[in-house]
Design a protein around this ligand. Structure first.
Ligand SMILES: [Zn+2]
Length: 211
């Protein structure tokens, strides 16, 4: 099975209106966690990050913020960023423009309700990385559309934890935006790979910052 871990430079050039990585001179990495917050996984992630004094960006599902507001507040209290991943994890290609924009707005309202200052500037990551040109064009004036440079594929249960870690390390460079998931599906691979990933790059002098 073909899995893509590293976003090809050609794709980045073909789709310039999205953030794929940050141009960095220093040793800075950008960890991102999609689909939470949930009690089974997100607090564990926060503990790992704290151990390495690492900051990260959580692309949260608005519905999960409503259900687990205490965890969303913990994320912000620890200095991480909370960002928009739609309210119901919609598939852009299968959703009308109007419904999609409404759902993004619904998530943004939850973020602003939690903390109006922390909700700015607005970051949005489309679920599955799938968004139509029209949806992207409609969101772009207000949102930075954040994709990724390194996809860990942690949610893929046919992938071994060891390979998940190995590929994540191999594909990461200064300025990389790396995707993990604080989800049940990704739990096994993520819980293996994340602490080792943090350990590996911290030992090499990298710091982890929010977007
Ligand atoms: Zn997602």
């Amino acid at each position: 099975m073909l899995r893509l871990y590293k976003t090809p430079a050609l794709l980045r050039r073909l789709l310039p209106g999205y953030t794929w990585l940050r141009e960095e001179r220093g040793k800075v990495l950008y960890l991102t966690f999609d689909d939470g917050p949930i009690p089974e996984v997100t607090p564990w992630v926060l503990e790992q990050l704290a151990q390495y004094r690492a900051q990260a960006t959580f692309f949260a599902v608005g519905d999960n913020i409503v259900k687990h507001q205490d965890i969303a507040e913990q994320i912000l209290a620890a200095g991480h960023r909370l960002a928009n991943h739609t309210h119901n994890h919609l598939r852009g290609w299968e959703t009308s423009l109007e419904r999609y924009l409404e759902n993004v707005q619904q998530c943004q309202q939850e973020l602003e309700r939690l903390n109006p200052i922390a909700a700015q500037p607005k970051l949005f990551r489309p679920p599955y990385g799938r968004i139509t040109l029209k949806q992207a064009a409609a969101l772009r004036p207000a949102y930075e559309l954040v994709m990724w440079d390194v996809l860990t594929n942690d949610y893929d249960r046919s992938l071994s934890p060891e390979k998940c870690l190995r590929e994540a390390i191999r594909c990461t460079q200064s300025g990389s935006i790396i995707v993990f998931h604080d989800s049940l599906k990704a739990q096994r691979n993520m819980q293996y790979a994340l602490p080792r990933f943090l350990d590996h790059f911290t030992a090499q002098g990298y710091t982890f910052q929010t977007l």
